[in-house]
Design a protein around this ligand. Structure first.
Ligand SMILES: C=C(O[C@@H]1C=C(C(=O)O)C=C[C@H]1O)C(=O)O
Length: 427
């Protein structure tokens, strides 16, 4: 547990910036950038005005324990209550903003919230600058930095993660047999792969490649977790909540005909329909008690990304009075798109058979502002970047009809997001 559960008082200023149309990534200094980008819009931040590190809960804690979310919510409330805020823009993402990464499991280290010293944001053509200092009327030293050019990423070597592909297929087969025995309906199994290069990885290079290649996704960088997720756990604007449930996957085809055939096969597949249905129902069950209105379409649509296609269901809700974004995150995580059904049985199986700690992978990643607006994605298509190494993660939903070879191929399609961000030659 962090000693700083009572945050310091901060002076927060947001002003509009005019005539800035360049990529938000260009504003970032080297180092540990904070980012949440969707096409041209989003937030980037640097410097640390204040941070909260939440350590792992003790072994034996229930896998569905939500203390890390309530601790974070309390800390943010204190921070906002004590802040001196002057915000002349007043949009979601202005004023005080905390970026965060929550671990998938409560017993893993790595949950952190960071309030940057400097933030640049853009939404619908409006750009703003927020600075955070300890004394009103001052500028943080991080405001002015010389723009260092992005450092190219050198040649990358790869090694297996915690399990070899054969071992991982064994874990899938074991999971299928548990599902057929009737012990659970679905579990999402993931694997890792490790990249090493010749010098510190400049996260700005990854961010720019990911943002351009996946404009409909959320490209993120928070405390070492870097990726481009298509899955929005929730967006909160006022009392409106939106979410996008994804489950059910095919690769993209090599030509238009093959691509269409793969999409049609996905839309007609009973196995994928079941996987998707379980993910949607887990969201409905979790959100129901928090919502005044809940709109869940009956059938999914096809979402095409550069590397894969998914079954997708967009959900809308109006939140009941007093329900915060982090209350909703705590209730929703983990959906059956990344955990399984029943949740607790699936979480225990995942811990038993994956042979790795997921850390922030498949956990919530995103930001929340002082007015309670927020965007939290599920940290997928991502890696933990540390120095010259990156540990990539990818998984897939296992149900009674799953085949280990196809599941392995699906994880390879999902790894491509970060593999190509690491190895794409400069344009
Ligand atoms: C688990 C991942 O993705 C999730 C699992 C999916 C599936 O099983 O079809 C699809 C989208 C995501 O909800 C991942 O990308 O690692």
């Amino acid at each position: 547990m962090n000693s700083a559960l009572t945050p310091p008082e901060l002076a927060v200023r947001t002003v509009e910036l005019r005539g800035r149309a360049e990529s938000l990534v260009n504003h970032l200094p080297a180092g540990a950038p904070l980012a949440w980008l969707s096409g041209e819009d989003g937030l980037v931040g640097w410097g640390e005005a204040v941070r909260l590190d939440l350590g792992p809960r003790p072994e034996g804690t229930s896998p569905t324990d939500t203390a890390r979310f309530s601790d974070a919510a309390r800390w943010i409330e204190g921070l906002v209550a004590g802040a001196d805020v002057r915000d002349e823009v007043g949009l979601p993402g202005t004023g005080p903003v905390a970026f965060g990464t929550f671990t998938f499991a409560p017993t893993s280290p790595g949950t952190a919230l960071v309030v940057p010293r400097v933030l640049v944001g853009r939404k619908d053509g409006r750009t703003w600058l927020t600075t955070v200092t300890d004394t009103p009327g001052t500028h943080p030293p991080e405001l002015v930095h010389s723009r260092s050019p992005a450092r190219p990423i050198g040649p990358v070597t790869w090694r297996d993660g915690s399990l070899t592909p054969e071992q991982w297929k064994g874990a899938v087969a074991h999971t299928v047999s548990r599902i057929r025995d009737g012990r659970l309906d679905k579990a999402v199994l993931a694997r890792d792969a490790v990249a090493a290069t010749d010098g510190p990885i400049d996260v700005r290079v990854l961010l720019e490649r990911l943002r351009l290649r996946f404009p409909s996704c959320f490209t993120f960088s928070v405390d070492g977790m870097v990726g481009a997720t298509p899955e929005l756990l929730l967006r909160r604007e006022g009392d409106r909540l939106t979410s996008l449930v994804l489950a059910g996957t095919r690769p993209r085809g090599d030509d238009e005909e093959a691509d269409r055939a793969l999409g049609e096969d996905l839309m007609a597949s009973a196995k994928d329909d079941r996987e998707h249905h379980l993910a949607v129902e887990s969201l409905r069950t979790a959100l129901g008690p928090l919502a005044e209105e809940l709109d869940v379409p009956g059938t999914p649509h096809l979402l095409r990304l550069a590397n894969v296609q998914h079954l997708a269901t967009p959900v809308r809700a109006r939140l009941a009075d007093g329900v915060s974004a982090l209350d909703a995150v705590a209730a929703l995580h983990p959906t059956a798109a990344v955990g399984g059904t029943p949740t607790e049985t699936a979480m225990r199986l995942i811990a038993e058979v994956e042979g790795m700690d997921r850390g922030g992978y498949a956990g919530p990643v995103g930001w929340v502002d002082g007015a309670g607006n927020a965007e939290w994605g599920i940290a997928l298509r991502c890696a933990r970047v540390e120095g010259r190494n990156a540990r990539l993660y990818a998984g897939g939903g296992i149900v009674a009809g799953s085949d280990p070879d196809s599941e392995l191929a699906e994880t390879e399609s999902k790894f491509r997001v970060m593999r190509e961000a690491l190895t794409e030659p400069p344009a």
